[in-house]
Design a binder for this molecule. Structure first.
Ligand code: MRU
Length: 347
């Protein structure tokens, strides 16, 4: 029962509006690349792999709307720049756009209509491969969960955050489908409530037992022995294993260590940034103050009170028990194991 976050339909990109879930199932249509860029910025679509797929289609859409190939190089570079500017933290967005740029460069000898088709095909390949990758992450990761486990997760890492199947949720789904009795604690994930709105909705559709908690309840539950493991996704992983993910993930990792619980990350290798040696170098998106000041559209504080709203934090590698990828599970020390993993099956 996979739910596509994005769907290419002949000459347009259709997305489920994640801001409205679970109350309403509304679809947004993008016919121009700029609409795709805005959808990513406004979080109609979100989640690192999903925004990578959307951006890839956005690049293809930009070329598809061109009437002729006059000024092609310049226009394509403008399209890529616009899409790159949407959200700074998730590596997958840049990875997907780099792949589209490579395809563009390699196809320059083709007639323009053929080049346009080639780019759509590449975006479709990125989408298709993401589902296969997530199934493999699920395959490797399920061995880490035992029958009867209560797993704590944060934000949303399921169908909606990927092209399908999910990363951390894919691992949970895999273990559950194998017959293990898995229960999931879901952090509500303030301020945008991806956990409460999206993860609970996805798990409920799959009939996987779920309990919603507020972000500040995790320590209490761990102390009571109610949590077996913490499992989250990632937006960017540095070469040394330091990992950026939704704000609040670092707190969970510290709590997990204090309570001797394993803390796992599940992510495709496209989330690993080979250009960054450590997490300090990861750009962290700062979002609007309104997201924090308001709750369900209502201001819940004094409107002039100062606000900080970093959308992500970085968990140092030392807190991470394992990084589950499509190529296997990486263990500390990550500088070595991630490099080995990245070079595995390299063409
Ligand atoms: O701000 P969001 O909702 O895009 O943040 C998403 C996350 O932090 C996810 O955990 C991460 O992108 C992995 S999704 C498979």
């Amino acid at each position: 029962m996979m739910l596509p976050a994005v769907k290419w339909d002949r000459d347009r990109l259709v997305m489920i509006d994640q801001r409205k879930l679970p109350d309403e199932e509304v679809y947004v249509e993008c016919r121009e690349y700029n609409q795709v860029a805005e959808a990513i910025e406004k979080m109609v679509i979100r989640g690192a792999p999903a925004i990578g797929v959307a951006a890839a289609y956005g690049a293809a859409l930009g070329l598809l709307r061109m009437k002729s190939d006059t000024g092609l190089e310049k226009e394509f570079s403008r399209i890529l720049k616009r899409l790159e500017k949407t959200r700074p933290t998730a590596r997958n967005l840049f990875w997907a756009l780099e792949r589209m740029k490579r395809t563009f460069d390699e196809s320059r000898g083709l007639a323009f209509p053929e080049l346009q088709r080639r780019l759509i095909k590449e975006a479709e390949a990125i989408e298709r491969e993401d589902v296969e990758i997530n199934r493999k992450i699920g395959f490797w990761g399920k061995s880490l969960l035992k029958d009867g486990d209560s797993v704590l997760t944060h934000c949303n890492t399921g169908d909606l955050a990927t092209a399908g199947y999910g990363t951390a949720l894919g691992v949970i789904r895999s273990a559950f489908q194998e017959g293990k009795r898995i229960h999931v604690y879901v952090d509500e994930t303030r301020p945008l409530l991806q956990g409460a709105r999206l993860t609970c909705w996805e798990l409920d559709r799959e009939k996987i037992p779920v309990t919603l908690i507020t972000d500040s309840m995790a320590g209490h539950l761990m102390k009571k022995g109610e949590v077996s493991a913490v499992l989250t996704g990632a937006d960017r992983i540095a070469r040394n294993g330091d990992t950026a993910n939704k704000i609040g993930t670092y707190t969970l990792a510290v709590l997990a260590k204090e309570h001797n619980l394993p803390f796992y990350i599940a992510a495709p290798t496209s989330t690993i940034d080979p250009g960054l040696s450590e997490g300090e170098q990861i750009p962290i998106e700062e979002r609007s103050a309104e997201e924090v000041r308001e709750f369900a559209g209502r201001c819940v504080t004094l409107p002039h009170v100062g606000v900080e709203n970093p959308a992500f934090d970085v968990t140092p590698a030392g807190y991470i028990s394992g990084i589950i990828t499509e190529k296997g599970i990486s263990r500390p020390p990550y500088a070595k194991s991630l490099e080995r993993l990245l070079n595995k099956y390299k063409k």
